[in-house]
Design a protein around this ligand. Structure first.
Ligand code: DGJ
Length: 383
């Protein structure tokens, strides 16, 4: 077997089942054969498991670019080197293109080795012709306290990406959907955490106000480019208690100051986003560190809201309560097909965390759901 083919994990192509649940016959010609990854080792051309976690895949001119967290090689003391890139023409055979955003052996630099880069996402900006990478950035020796968003740009998708800045989001600006009354409401920083009054003041934006001057916290994140070309940064904020969606400027390298809060106090991480038939959907996770939990589903008619969290787990069937032992990182749209890319984290050796790709299907009401294929025969590629 050629290196790069899924070792012991090839399930064939996702034919016969597409995002819309259509049959092979009605599949769009533009749909490539979407592979399923089910958590086995995935070897790239260097015979090493693809070390690109919390990542995403961008398609450009027939090439698939898979960016993700490099997570060390699993040997004691091995460190994250930065953001890795793998390329493919068929989503099956992957070539290791190395580190495209490099952490530095430079004391005091924001990207000093030992800092953390998580959930990198890359988008192409047609106005500047640049590739823009955003990532969750934590500074060296500060655990997860910095909660910053980093941005870097490159002239080509292969990089190298040049670091621009890392900072919290939209300092000095209130979210659009925080009412005047809530903005002016007093809050008590000493109030007992998790108590009902504490939740009440949280919903009224206590942590937004706490972080107003320095900017909003930004941890787990994704980037979404809407149909009109506007891009948005979606991130876990307010101590992971509330999601925020912030508009990016026309260069995609900065925030405009427009942002909203989503599901205040809802404890959502790992946001992934897609639009289907005019409805925007988010699939997120809860907050349990590296341990998997049940996914959540939110919907809106436009990206800047209003968002509603549905009382439903988008995952169905056996393993749904832990999203099949995974946490989402990105929804990849190829043709008409949506694929939920997820990580099966191995906290003992993050580099060895496994990749799981699950087809997104839509039920009769148009609601998306995730279902692990149980009978792989039914999703085997046609000859
Ligand atoms: C859960 C997040 O989704 C991950 O990206 C990572 O930040 C871990 N928490 C760290 O515990």
């Amino acid at each position: 077997m050629k290196n790069g083919i899924f070792k012991a994990s090839v399930v064939g192509a996702l034919l016969g089942i597409t995002a819309s649940g259509c049959s092979t016959a009605s599949r769009e010609k533009t749909d490539p054969q979407m592979p399923l990854l089910l958590g086995e080792t995935l070897l790239a051309d260097d015979s090493v498991h693809v070390n690109a976690h919390g990542g995403m895949i961008m398609e450009k001119d027939g090439v698939f670019y898979w960016y993700g967290e490099h997570r060390g090689d699993g040997t004691p003391g091995s460190m994250q080197q930065g953001v890795s890139l793998y390329t493919s023409s068929d989503l099956r055979n992957w070539k290791n293109r190395g580190i495209v955003l490099q952490l530095l052996d430079s004391v005091g630099h924001p990207l000093e080795l030992g800092c953390k880069i998580e959930r990198p996402k890359v988008v192409y900006n047609p106005t500047t012709g640049k590739y823009v990478m955003w990532f969750h950035h934590e500074l060296k020796d500060r655990g997860y306290a910095a909660a910053q968003a980093g941005v870097a740009v490159a002239d080509t998708p292969e990089g190298p990406f040049e670091f621009i800045r890392s900072a919290r989001v939209n300092p000095g600006v209130y979210p659009e959907n925080l009412s005047e009354e809530d903005r002016n409401a007093a809050w008590d920083p000493e109030m007992e955490w998790w108590s009902e009054p504490w939740y009440g003041q949280l919903r009224q934006g206590s942590f937004v106000k706490r972080d107003l001057d320095g900017g909003q916290m930004a941890r787990d994140m994704t980037i979404y480019v809407d149909k009109d070309g506007r891009a948005y940064h979606i991130y876990s904020s307010e101590d992971n208690l509330t999601l925020q969606i912030a508009e990016l400027d026309p260069t995609y390298t900065d925030h405009t100051g427009r942002y909203i809060r989503v599901a205040p106090g809802g404890h959502n991480e790992a946001p992934t986003l897609m639009e289907h038939d005019g409805t925007y959907w988010m699939i997120t996770s809860g907050c349990t560190g590296w341990a998997p939990n049940a996914a959540r589903l939110l919907r809106a008619d436009s990206i800047m809201g209003e968002w509603t969290q549905l009382d439903v787990n988008p995952a169905r069937g056996e393993g749904a309560e832990t999203t099949f032992d995974t946490q989402g990182t990105y929804i990849m749209k190829i043709g008409d097909s949506f694929t939920f890319m997820a990580d099966r984290w191995n906290p003992e050796n993050l580099g060895d965390s496994r990749h799981v790709w699950i087809p997104v299907k839509f039920d009769e009401s148009g609601n998306p759901y995730l279902e692990m294929p149980v009978d792989t025969e039914t999703v085997t590629a046609e000859p």
